[in-house]
Design a protein around this ligand. Structure first.
Ligand code: ADP
Ligand code: GN1
Ligand code: MG
Length: 370
């Protein structure tokens, strides 16, 4: 048995799945955690599935804090959903405790593992197959933010410090250029110049926060389309997942990160930039759905800054991919050598597309303002 198999097997032993274990295989397209789907056979009942995840230690230094946030938030959401007559087993994640009643298990190497019941009858999309499905994710993320409006923000840990502090991301990028650990700086001068030309932009949202123009809210902070489960039958966005980064943040970032990932005509890591386009129609349907889902909770200033949320989440993510490329690809999972560089280039192409469509983006937000 390899070391990796040994740790997986330890983790499987740590949970009581309520039936015979049939198998566990790698699952999903997340860039951060190691995800497995576990199949079990509870007696004569149909096979039951679970999600088992090793929490990335590169991303999360304090798994106990991550899990404390997730337990708190999922319990709170379950109550809200129940009160509204919904089904908490499908509309929110729930933590499946270890045999000893903990929210996660630490293996003999020190890695943290957690488990969730698999939410059946859902699909998880890697791209916006139709505008309707993209809108469904927007409604789900808007609703998620509204449901957490009253959550006690001071009980949440900051699981990744300065996660969406674009100024800090820029500073780390400049340090990576300076260090040039892999000797890759010479390959990416046009991409570096692209960022440097937008240095001042990196402060726009952070300055608005410091000036009290934008409020801090409880936000998801990682609102990719593949972090919402879509109901197979109705096509509605039913459950927001990947709650590792739920913490105080900006609503415009939740909006913006969805646009970055979903309003792209192609893959996040498309190698041919001529195929990548920022899609204004998808921006339109998402804006409408997100604002409806948020139910009028956003202030006028937040609405004004939505296009900035889209542009800066995209620029920031490009900066993060490029930083990881310069540092040797140790944060985002990669399946091929230049994947982080392609991901960065895609983000920059999208930023350019947003700059070219800036007035149209503002007009769309205005159209859906109440
Ligand atoms: P990462 O942080 O690496 O993105 P996620 O928590 O998003 O990890 O999980 C990876 C993938 O696993 C998701 O994109 C989704 O396909 C699937 N997944 C996660 N949790 C569940 C769940 N409770 N039910 C069904 N699928 C899930
Ligand atoms: C990561 O975990 P996942 O794959 O949903 C990352 C996001 C990035 C995204 C880019 C904790 O999201 O911040 O925007 O990749 N998550 C973390 O695709 O860093
Ligand atoms: Mg994810």
């Amino acid at each position: 048995m390899s070391k990796a198999e040994q740790y997986l097997s330890e983790a499987l032993d740590a949970f009581d799945f309520g039936g015979e274990l049939v198998g566990a295989v790698r699952y999903g397209h997340g860039h951060i955690n190691d995800t497995f789907v576990v199949h079990t056979q509870p007696g004569e009942d149909p096979c039951r599935r679970f999600i088992l995840q090793r929490i990335s230690s590169a991303a999360f230094k304090h798994p106990e804090q991550v899990m404390s946030n997730i337990v708190g938030v999922t319990r709170y959401l379950a109550e809200k959903i129940r009160a509204a007559g919904g089904d908490p087993e499908r509309e929110t994640m729930s933590v499946w405790a270890t045999r000893s009643g903990e929210s996660y298990y630490t293996d003999s190497e020190g890695s943290a593992w957690r488990c969730y019941p698999f939410i059946e009858g859902t699909i998880c999309l890697q791209s916006a197959q139709t505008p309707e499905l993209f809108a469904a994710s927007g409604a789900a993320f808007g609703r998620f933010q509204r449901m957490l409006d009253g959550y006690p923000a001071d009980t949440l840990y900051e699981t990744i410090p300065r996660f969406h502090d674009t100024e800090d991301r820029l500073a780390k990028f400049l340090a990576a250029i300076e260090a040039d650990a892999m000797g890759r700086v010479k390959e990416v001068q046009p991409e570096i110049d692209f960022v440097l030309e937008r240095r001042a932009d990196c402060s726009v949202d952070m300055q608005a926060l410091r000036d009290g123009i934008l409020p801090l809210r409880v936000t998801h902070n990682d609102t990719k389309l593949n972090n919402v489960l879509i109901d197979r039958k109705s096509g509605g966005g039913i459950c927001v997942i990947d709650l590792d980064t739920v913490m105080p943040g900006l609503s415009i970032n939740d909006f913006g990160d969805s646009i970055r990932f979903g309003a792209n005509d192609n893959e996040e890591d498309e190698p041919d930039q001529s195929k990548v386009h920022f899609n204004l129609e998808l921006f339109d349907v998402y804006t409408k759905a997100f604002l409806e889902g948020a139910g009028g909770a956003l202030t006028n200033a937040e609405l004004d800054y939505l296009p900035w949320g889209a542009k800066l989440m995209t620029l920031e993510c490009g900066i993060r991919f490029l930083t990881d490329y310069l540092e040797g690809d140790h944060y985002f999972h990669i399946q091929r050598p230049q994947q982080n560089l392609d991901r960065a280039r895609t983000q920059f192409t999208l930023v350019r597309g947003m700059e070219d469509n800036w007035d149209a983006m503002r007009a769309i937000v205005d159209k859906y303002r109440k």
